[in-house]
Design a protein around this ligand. Sequence first.
Ligand code: ATP
Length: 320
Amino acid sequence: MSAAREKFTARTVRVRAPGKINVSFRVGPLREDGYHSVASVYLAVSLYEEVAATSTEEPGITVGLDSRSTLDLSGLDMPLDHRNLTYRAAALMAEVTEHPSGVHLEITKRVPVAGGMGGGSADAAATLLACDALWNSGLSREELAHLASELGADVPFALLGGTAVGLGTGDRLTPALAKTRLNWVLVPAAYGLSTPEVYRTLDRLRREQGIEPDAPTEVDPQVLKAMRAGDAGVLGDALVNDLQPAALHLAPGLRATLEQVERAGALAAIVSGSGPTVAVLAADDEAAMDLVDRLGAEGVEALAVHGPVQGAKIISDTLL
Ligand code: ATP
C-alpha cells in the first residue's frame, strides 16, 4: 500500500481582544518578587487587537504583522520573534497541551504599542484563545486565565473583558457590574513609555518624597458605584492613577495634553496605566465626537471609544 500522505488543510482562527483603561489604579510598594501590588479597576474598551492563528505544515511558531493595522507600522518597537507576546503565548499553549505547534500568528495592531493600554496583553490573550481553538485543546476559561497570568499581569483581564477589579499584580480579577456604556476619547502619543521604567520612576519619586505606601487591598467604592450607575460625572471626579506622576516625570509634554483636553471640554482626563496614552472621559457619545473634532481642529489625533466591551472572542474559524 502506498503511504499516501494525508493532504494538509490549513485552518485559521481569528480572535479579537480589547485594549484597557485603568479607571482607578492604586500602586503599592515594590514587593520582594520584583512586582508591585496594585488595586485596579479595569475597563475593556472598543479598540481591538486581532490575532489570526493559521496552522502550518512546518513545525514552529512564526509571527507577522497584518498590513491592515491602523497603526503606522514603520517605527513600531515590537520584536516579531520569540520575544513577541503572541509567540510566548503560543509556545506556552504548545507546551501545556503538548501540541507539536506549527502555527503562524498574524497580528492586526490598533492599540498603541507601549501606550499603557495593554495592547501586547490583548495579543497574548487572543493567541491563547486562538491556539486553544485551532488545536482543539478544550481548555476551560479558568485554565486559560491561569496561563494568561503566567504571561503578564494584564493578560487575564484582556481574556475576561468587561469591567473588573484587579488585585495582586492585577491578575486576581473579580468582575464588576457596569452595564451602562461609558464614552471615552483616547489621545495616543507618538512615542511609547516602558512600563518597568515608569514603575522604577514611581519608586524613586516616592523615596525622594519620603512616601511609604501600604499595599492597596481594595479599590475606591465610589468608582465602582459610579460605573454601576454609568454616572460619568461622578466617575470623572474619582479617576485616579498612581502611575501618572511618574509618567508625567518621564514625558513632561503629557501635562500640556491633559490641559488641552480639559480646555476642549473633557469631563476628566487621566494617563492610561503606565502611559503615555491619555484617556478622556466624555459625558456621552455626542460629547466624545465633539471632543474628537475639536482636538482634530487643533492638530491632535484622537479616537472615540466606549466600554465596557467583551474580552477575547473568536470572530472567525475558516478552513483554507
Ligand atoms: P501595559 O499597559 O500592559 O503595561 P503597554 O500597553 O504599555 O502595556 P505593550 O504595547 O503591551 O505596552 O507592550 C510593551 C512592550 O512589549 C513593547 O515595547 C514591545 O516591544 C513588547 N511587545 C512584545 N510583544 C508585543 C505585542 N504583541 N504587542 C505589543 N508589544 C509587544
